[in-house]
Design a protein around this ligand. Structure first.
Ligand SMILES: *Cc1c(COP(=O)(O)O)cnc(C)c1O
Length: 383
């Protein structure tokens, strides 16, 4: 008989999952109650109120779909993209390719505007593409975890609304770490995941719909092809009638509620500043090692960093050593960035000064070189 499972103590500095706060672990251990218990509806209501705060929205619909971030992505596509729907896709990394694939499986007509991995679309390019394609849906990845680049949302959403399109924004790696500002940016359908900057375990996908999107959802004539991800049915469970749809993952809702409560306790402003500071310190350390970042300074995510590996460094061997000697998890690049970059997540609880310093010291040891941790210290000291 196998022994009780005790995972190794890891420092999670990869593209997710991130580390989990002890208070969120405590929330997970609370007793199960039923998914139709009036007390549980209070948990859902708290989650909605807190999600509005974290997303930066006053949307009526702010929920969490059962499943990881990909479930939110699939819910967005399945409920708003049908056979023949014209979709304008901003394609500059792996997750926009995944969105493209989902749209194509729905039978959509997808027009793609492409950029190399690590670059982003400027306002004029975004506007020209949407004016030319006149789509019904424009989709983009706000924080591209495969590249480390942040795609500004406002120009895409403004241009989309001018042609009557709705926007889908993947906020999986930005929500809880960088401003998403759903209302200010005008993102109609925004989704995220619990295990990145919200620092809860993987298993739920927060999602919010603008009044415009909710109206289009409710006006849909044909039923959503996916029964499980049908947002009309899920919305009815969250709404006043609380109509049974599926058994919600109760413990994960306790965890999400607590993770969101911790966002509110810290305040989003302080949280963004923390992510920005740790990112800046990490970059200073990387540059002190004579390395450079893959993404141009003005387009970098604070939550996912892609330092370029020095020539001749074996990516897999380096990561194996970081894991075995330092118990630090970081991941490598994939697709066009295979073997070229590291992917270092500083998300949620993982975005802390001691982890930044530890990783930089570990990199000094593994790569040779010095001064990385000192350069980071200078940033923390206000340099
Ligand atoms: C992680 C991620 C996803 C997928 O989320 P899962 O939780 O792995 O299903 C989607 N989009 C982006 C940008 C991500 O980083």
């Amino acid at each position: 008989m196998p022994a009780f499972y005790q995972p190794p103590h890891r420092i999670l500095l990869g593209p997710g999952p991130s580390m989990v706060d002890p208070r969120v672990y405590s929330a997970l251990a609370a007793p199960i109650i039923g998914h139709t218990d009036p007390d549980f509806f209070g948990v859902l209501q708290d989650a909605t109120d807190l999600l509005r705060y974290v997303f930066g929205t006053e949307n009526e619909c702010a929920i969490a779909v059962s499943g990881t971030g990909t479930a939110g992505m699939e819910a967005a596509v399945m409920n708003f993209v049908e056979a023949g729907t014209k979709v304008a896709m901003f394609a500059n990394g792996y997750f926009s390719d995944r969105l493209t694939e989902m749209c194509k499986r729905q039978g959509a007509e997808v027009a793609r505007l492409e950029k190399p991995w690590g670059e982003v679309f400027d306002d004029d390019e975004a506007r020209a593409f949407i004016e030319r394609e006149k789509p019904q849906i424009a989709a983009f990845v706000h924080a591209e975890t495969s590249t480390g680049a942040l795609q500004p949302a406002k120009a895409i959403c403004d241009a989309a609304h001018e042609v009557g399109a709705l926007t889908i924004g993947d906020c999986v790696t930005s929500l809880g770490g960088m401003p998403v500002e759903v209302d200010k940016n005008g993102i109609d359908i925004a989704y995220s995941g619990t295990q990145k900057c919200l620092s809860a375990p993987p298993g739920l996908s927060p999602l919010t719909l603008s009044p415009r999107a909710l109206e289009r959802l409710r006006a849909r004539k044909t039923p959503c092809v996916s029964w499980y991800l049908d947002l009309k049915l899920i919305d009815a469970y969250w709404g006043a009638s609380h109509r049974y749809h599926h058994t919600t993952p109760i413990s994960m809702f306790y965890a999400l509620r607590e993770a969101l409560r911790l966002c509110k306790l810290e305040t989003m402003e302080a949280r963004f500043e923390r992510h920005r500071l740790n990112h800046r310190a990490f970059v200073a350390g990387i540059e002190a090692l004579g390395m450079r970042m893959h993404v141009a300074a003005e387009n970098r995510l604070w939550t996912l960093n892609t330092p370029v590996l020095p020539a001749g460094v074996d990516d897999a061997a380096l990561r194996k050593r970081l894991l075995e000697e330092f118990s630090i998890e970081v991941l490598g690049g994939f697709g066009p960035l295979t073997g070229k970059v590291l992917r270092v997540g500083l998300m949620g609880v993982s975005s802390q000064r001691n982890y930044v310093l530890l990783l930089l010291q570990a990199l000094e040891t593994c790569l040779g070189g010095s001064g990385a941790a000192r350069a980071a210290e200078a940033v923390y000291a206000g340099g």
